[in-house]
Design a protein around this ligand. Structure first.
Ligand code: AMP
Ligand code: ZN
Ligand code: FE
Ligand code: FE
Length: 277
């Protein structure tokens, strides 16, 4: 049994609906899935209702962009209660943080003579992010690819970048824990500063994401060893975003049955009303 634990739906910057994700996952032979939208758990109503139809075990998941020692760090939450007021409030705060940041990026672009229609980023049910702004820049003919949009305007330190206000890694981890979930350091190999890695490894994480799309085996081994030393969980997923990032395929990274069942059991415990036989 394989489960992809890092997938984005159209509730954030993925392009597929939860139903399409389940269909695709089923067709690929996956047995488990977590939809880890940025700042949002909106996919779960649909996903859980369809779990039986697609013979898919689904666990709660979410991805937050936090700040630790001045750097952006992504944290995955799994198996938390989908009704927990703390998690819902944290999603709202992260979403508001991102919304304000998006508006600042749009203002920065405007100052550069590029005006994008703000209304298209205003639906608060959905998590808008830099990839959407990149798409709008392509549509306007300012750049020809998402990568170019990041390289010139949107990546950290580039012309229109804004970090937004910060929500700390520590606080985000604590809220995930209070909601009965596991807090996982997402794609740690993307963190280049070793001082930051060292500091993150001292935080109260339950695990790290050791299996990730296109991560070279040698790098993978380093993260698996660091997790094993600490007795941490090792999670994995493709970070599938659909057509917006076509190079990461659904199911291209995954965890096995043993890891998945550990997370699934905790999910059932945190969400007794959701348990399906
Ligand atoms: P946001 O969550 O709105 O800050 O946007 C972050 C997303 O933008 C990440 O999940 C990546 O998919 C993408 N991204 C961030 N930095 C880059 C970059 N330098 N080049 C391309 N895509 C990037
Ligand atoms: Zn994303
Ligand atoms: Fe991420
Ligand atoms: Fe992601």
């Amino acid at each position: 049994m394989r489960a992809d634990l890092h997938v984005h739906s159209h509730y954030s910057d993925g392009t597929a609906t939860p139903k399409e994700l389940m269909e695709e996952a089923k067709a690929l032979g996956l047995g488990g899935l977590s939809i880890t939208d940025h700042d949002s758990i909106a996919a779960y109503e649909e996903a859980l209702a369809l779990a039986k139809t697609y013979e898919m075990q689904v666990i709660s998941g979410v991805e937050f962009s936090t700040l630790h020692e001045g750097e952006s760090v992504h944290i995955l939450g799994y198996s938390f209660s989908l009704q927990d007021p703390g998690i819902l409030a944290l999603c709202k705060r992260h979403k508001e943080r991102r919304h304000k940041r998006n508006l600042q990026i749009l203002a920065n672009l405007e100052a550069l003579g590029i005006s994008l229609d703000r209304a298209q980023f205003s639906d608060i049910e959905k998590t808008w992010g830099r990839p959407h702004i990149a798409e709008a820049l392509i549509q306007k003919g300012v750049v020809s690819s998402i990568q170019e949009a990041f390289d010139i305007y949107l990546a950290e330190g580039k012309k229109a970048y804004d970090p937004g206000e910060s929500i700390s890694a520590e606080e985000t981890i604590a809220v995930i824990h209070q909601a009965g979930g596991f807090a996982i350091l997402a794609h740690p190999h993307l963190i280049k500063k070793q001082r930051l890695v060292k500091s993150l490894l001292r935080l109260d994480f339950d695990g790290l994401e050791g299996y990730y799309a296109r991560l070279p085996k040698k790098q993978e081994a380093r993260w698996l060893a660091l997790a094993t030393e600490r007795g941490w969980l090792i999670t994995g997923g493709s970070d599938y975003h659909g057509t917006i990032k076509p190079y990461s395929k659904l199911g291209s990274s995954w965890v096995d049955e043993e890891t998945f069942q550990l997370l699934y059991q905790r999910f059932c415990k945190s969400n007794p009303d959701q348990v399906r036989s």
